[in-house]
Design a protein around this ligand. Structure first.
Ligand code: PMP
Length: 434
């Protein structure tokens, strides 16, 4: 056996540290990555035997916790049939089963489904759908998008171009990206009543650029990686009206908010509006594997296909991967059979009560909770390594970023674990806020 492989078993973390990239990480001065041996329920088990309560749901995705027997069984059953076949010229039941569920669950009339590999790609697909729709109608000048400051839609080039143009994630590439248009961040939900004048600048930009705009893209209710910012559902109602007035396609990126996280199955339900295109990902497979979907209305789909070249120009190798589709259907069934609404409400109450103790601390700028999302915003950026070490020492897994220490735990977390999670957050905030 080659040397490198033979040496590996005992020393794999050192090897990995030197050779494998992590998200937003340095290869020269990497911060620690904790080796995980297994995960079950709401617990991550580290290689050294320590167990951590997971407050991240692996970035919004593991809503049922880890190693769930129903999801394991769905994967195993599908594996025995086939793990993958190409989707070009072939089809399979797992794709149809999942499409039926998504059409049923998302607001009518979103009933044309495109499966892809990840959230970022689902956003690329949504943008391409809008572009091809206008192309097909002969409105070839409509090539730009209006988006929002503080927005985040993924790491691929097209998704980056509609994400906040100045935040740390994407500003480096601003010279390369397509120049899109940006409206101010929707005002915070905490700031009293909604006032439709809050959309004035947005309306002006949309009107001034109407002829070159293909659509507007937004994360409904919660801007996630751009600051865990919550805003009023009425904002989305006004936005829908604006799109109707100006003839623009409205794209909702529900990749983070979808499947119950904000208290409704989809955030869009709280506003009572339907977008023209919706992007889903993350919790779609209950965190088991990467899969995403972009849904649109029949009129948009047929509009795209009436123009030249008569087809939608996208087709990833792993499109509608059967293994992922089977697990996604099982995850949706599990969610719908569970008392998820009550669980999310209980988590919301637990987070509200549990995080209150730090809200008045001098180093804390804001504490906010929406559904099963709890956020402590500090006045200064957190030291990730130090904060994470303090959390891990206390048996909790969270990944702080910027000024934010936040949690979105699996829905199955019980009250003791939730209390330990919030107590630990408070303790660590006090510790690092000095
Ligand atoms: N949109 C939103 C709102 C997201 O939160 C994310 C992931 N953080 C993405 C898109 C990109 O998804 P992925 O990481 O699966 O490409």
């Amino acid at each position: 056996m080659p040397d490198l492989i033979q040496k590996l078993p005992s020393d794999w973390p050192a090897f990995e540290r030197q050779h494998v990239w992590h998200p937003y990480a340095s290869m020269v001065k990497p911060i620690p990555a904790y080796p995980v041996a297994s995960a079950s329920g709401v617990r991550l088990k580290l290689e050294d035997g320590r167990q951590l309560i997971d407050g991240m749901s692996s970035w919004w995705s593991a809503i049922h916790g880890y190693n769930h027997p129903r999801l394991n069984a769905a994967a195993e059953t599908q594996l025995a049939d086939m793990s993958h076949v190409m989707f070009g010229g072939l089809t399979h039941r797992p794709a149809a089963e999942l499409a039926a569920r998504l059409i049923e669950l998302t607001p009518a009339p979103l009933n044309r489904v495109f499966f892809s590999d990840s959230g970022s790609v689902a956003v690329e697909v949504a943008l391409k759908m809008a572009l091809q729709y206008w192309q097909a109608r002969g409105e070839t000048r409509r090539t730009r998008f209006l988006s929002f400051r503080g927005g985040y839609h993924g790491d691929t080039i097209g998704a980056m171009a509609v994400s906040d143009p100045e935040n740390g994630l994407h500003s480096l590439f601003s010279g390369t990206l397509t120049q899109q248009l940006f409206a101010p961040r929707p005002p915070s939900r905490a700031s009293a009543a909604f006032d439709s004048r809050q959309l004035e600048q947005l309306r002006k930009t949309a009107t001034d650029h109407r002829e070159e705009l293909a659509g507007i893209i937004i994360e409904p209710l919660v801007q996630g990686a751009g600051g865990m910012h919550f805003y009023h559902p009425d904002y989305l109602r006004e936005l829908r009206q604006l799109c109707d007035q100006q003839g623009l396609l409205l794209i909702f990126d529900e990749i983070a908010t979808g499947f119950g996280r904000t208290g409704s199955l989809f955030a869009t339900e709280q506003a009572g509006v339907v977008p023209d295109i919706i992007c889903l990902g993350k919790a779609l497979t209950g965190g088991y594997m990467s899969l995403a979907a972009t849904l649109t209305r029949e009129a948009v789909a047929s509009g795209i296909c009436q123009g030249d070249p008569g087809v939608f120009m996208h087709g990833p190798t792993f499109m509608a991967n059967p293994l992922a589709c089977a697990v996604a259907s099982a995850s949706i069934d599990l969610l719908l059979e569970s008392p998820w609404r009550a669980r999310v409400q209980t988590i919301e109450q637990g987070l509200q009560a549990g995080l209150i103790p730090v809200s008045e601390l001098p180093g804390v700028a804001d504490v906010r909770v929406l559904g099963a999302i709890g956020v402590v915003e500090m006045k200064q950026p957190l030291d990730v390594t130090r904060t994470q070490a303090a959390l891990v020492e206390r048996g909790v897994w969270l990944r702080p970023f910027g000024k934010l220490l936040y949690t979105m735990p699996p829905y199955i977390i019980d009250s003791n674990d939730l209390a330990h999670l919030t107590d630990t957050m408070c303790e660590v905030v006090e510790l690092v806020a000095d």
